[in-house]
Design a protein around this ligand. Structure first.
Ligand code: HPA
Length: 288
């Protein structure tokens, strides 16, 4: 069985569970941000462990289930929890769920995460739109034979080499800015630098990352974005600044603080997400 066959098997299983619903927007919820899934109505819930070949999350704060249903009047499929490279999964395992969402036919994905703030501008709990990323994980999920089937016949998808100049969709970012304005939520923009973790960074690393142009640092999202772009899926990335990056505050970094700050931002994120689901669905639904 190939990797693509494994994805198809998971898709067949999920299609049966989801029935006639065919969500065009996917949402991935990061650390401490999982209860956003509770705002999905008419939910169909599928724990990851039931889905063939799906990796299981081992981290506190990542509950590990799919919630498909209606958000802001739009059909969405939410991944409540994700797995990370630092858990020991390969990047093809880490991105398996994204492949499954792609094969289910989503056209856009909203990736959320908890991140450390490198920019002095950011406040704790701040939501930041990701405008670009820097991959410092030391690995790319697409290393290995190219699998053109993952283009699903779409133009410029499933290619061995592909463009990443607009990895994070400009038009979806502009939709997000408008949605946030209506919600009275302040959205900054920033560059997310992905590390493998699991140790947090040293202050010297954070200074180096700032020099490189990063304003956020985290341990996820980058592989998912790369794989989504390989499939021709539009990406919107939103970070919640759960802590100031190493060396920028006198307190020690802890997963508990990251998690707790995420929790405090959930309500703001949930209300923004509702509008985003509606508007982004409208954008992608107007296309073939
Ligand atoms: N560094 C890396 N990943 C993170 C951080 C951080 O400071 N905060 C939340 N995820």
């Amino acid at each position: 069985m190939s990797y693509f066959d494994d994805v198809q098997e998971a898709v067949t299983f999920l299609r049966e569970k989801l029935g006639r619903t065919s969500p065009r927007v996917g949402i991935v919820l990061g650390s401490g941000l999982g209860t956003v899934a509770d705002t999905v109505t008419s939910p169909i819930i599928v724990p990851y462990q039931q889905i063939p070949h799906f990796p299981r999350s081992t981290v506190e704060g990542h509950s590990g289930r799919i919630v498909a249903g209606v958000l802001g009047g739009a059909q969405v499929i939410v991944m409540q929890g994700r797995v990370h490279f630092y858990e020991g999964y390969s990047l093809s395992e880490v991105t398996f769920p994204m492949r499954v969402l792609g094969a289910l036919g989503i056209r856009a994905v909203i990736l959320t995460n908890a991140a450390g703030g490198i920019s002095e501008k950011y406040k704790l709990g701040q939501l930041v739109l990701i405008s670009d990323h820097i991959n410092m994980m030391g690995m790319n999920p697409l290393v290995g034979p190219n699998e053109p089937e993952f283009g699903f016949g779409r133009t410029d998808a499933g290619l061995r080499f592909f463009d990443m100049t607009e990895a994070y969709s400009k038009r979806l970012r502009s939709v997000a800015v408008q949605a946030a304005e209506l919600d009275g939520v302040t959205l900054e923009e920033g560059v997310y630098l992905g590390v493998s973790g699991p140790s947090f960074e040293t202050p010297a690393e954070i200074r180096a990352f700032r020099t490189m142009g990063a304003t956020l640092v985290g341990m996820s999202t980058v592989p998912e974005t790369i794989v989504a772009r390989h499939m021709g899926i539009e990406v919107l990335g939103i970070s919640c600044v759960t802590n100031l990056a190493a060396g920028l505050s006198t307190t020690q970094l802890s997963h508990r603080d990251v998690f707790e700050t995420g929790k405090q931002s959930e309500r703001r994120l949930a209300s923004l997400m509702e509008r985003l689901a509606m508007w982004i669905s409208a954008v992608v639904d107007s296309e073939p």
